[in-house]
Write a new protein. Structure first.
Length: 310
């Protein structure tokens, strides 16, 4: 049975609000009589801007407050960027993909340079993730990488102020906010495998809300669902978080699925990459298979070394 009102918990950044409005608009279009309200809130991840996420608790910082609102009944669903959702949810919550996937790749943004390869030695590149830093240090050892926090507008403003020669952002966020013209080039997955779930919208709700599960099922794209299952299964096996440089990208063509993934150290000196190919309906199994392979081929040693330095 369709509930008369759906309250959506969301962060209050421009990107989060834009993504929430995308979900709300889709719900209203499918169910014209449905009331949809937004419950905005500031998370710890939004408040702590002077340190990298890897030092202050990782992915969960962006969604904990939203989950509390769901648990207390102050909201019915929460909208997330899938890449911000920890691989394991708290008991009593479920996650669903919503709609099509936006471009999953990372984007190179600069006011003076056309690409990473065009940057002079020593140029300063801003990035928010160890995953990007690990891969780009390997590919471009002559460049200098520095931490970059804040929402998309803040990061672009820092670039425009001259704090960086270039910055790396998720293409999905730039496109959803109307900043596609700021993208100079996209980074191929050969250079930088994206974050697990990058470009996918995720909707979380309490497991006992079967009415919401039925409503959200109408917006699931089977290919996006399979990609999310494969990538998140990989992340679960290799302990994917902000503290560990890990990436995964599933590409689906018909019934076939290819999953690329890696584990590395922040400096890029230790690095293991591999891919698996199989059927999309075996997505979770393929993710598990790739994760186990990466651990066997050096990933476990990388995780152990990172644990010792934590």
């Amino acid at each position: 049975m369709l509930p008369p009102l759906i309250r959506i918990a969301t962060r209050e950044s421009r990107l989060a609000l834009r993504q929430t409005e995308m979900v709300a608009a889709a719900l209203r279009e499918r169910h014209p009589g449905l009331r949809v309200e937004t419950v905005g809130m500031t998370t710890r991840g939004d408040q702590i801007l002077d340190r990298p996420l890897s030092q202050v608790g990782g992915k969960g910082l962006f969604i904990k407050e939203l989950e509390v609102a769901l648990a207390e009944g102050r909201a019915d669903i929460a909208v997330h960027s899938m890449k911000d959702v920890p691989m394991e949810l708290p008991q009593g919550f479920v996650l669903a993909t919503f709609g099509a996937r936006e471009d999953p790749h990372d984007a190179f943004v600069s006011n003076r340079h056309a690409s990473l390869g065009a940057l002079p030695a020593g140029a300063v590149v801003g990035t928010s993730s160890l995953r990007r830093e690990c891969q780009l240090r390997r590919a471009y050892p002559s460049l200098t990488f520095q931490a970059l926090r804040g929402n998309v507008n803040t990061r672009l403003a820092k670039l425009d102020a001259g704090d960086y020669d270039a910055i790396i952002l998720a293409a999905a966020g730039l496109k959803r906010l109307g900043f596609e013209d700021r993208i100079r080039t996209l980074l191929s997955s050969e250079v930088a495998i994206p974050a697990i779930g990058q470009g996918i919208l995720a909707v979380e709700h309490r497991a006992d809300r079967e009415d919401l599960a039925a409503v959200l099922a109408m917006f699931r794209d089977p290919a996006v669902e399979a990609a999310a299952k494969a990538e998140r299964a990989l992340g679960l096996v290799v302990e994917g978080s902000c503290e560990v440089p890990v990436g995964g990208l599933a590409a689906i063509h018909g019934e076939a699925l290819r999953l690329d993934g890696f584990i590395g150290t922040p400096d890029g000196r230790q690095f293991v990459r591999h891919h698996v190919v199989g059927l999309a309906h075996d997505a979770a199994s393929l993710g598990h298979m790739l994760g186990e392979h990466l651990l066997r081929e050096g990933g476990r040693a990388i995780l152990d070394s990172l644990a010792k330095t934590a």
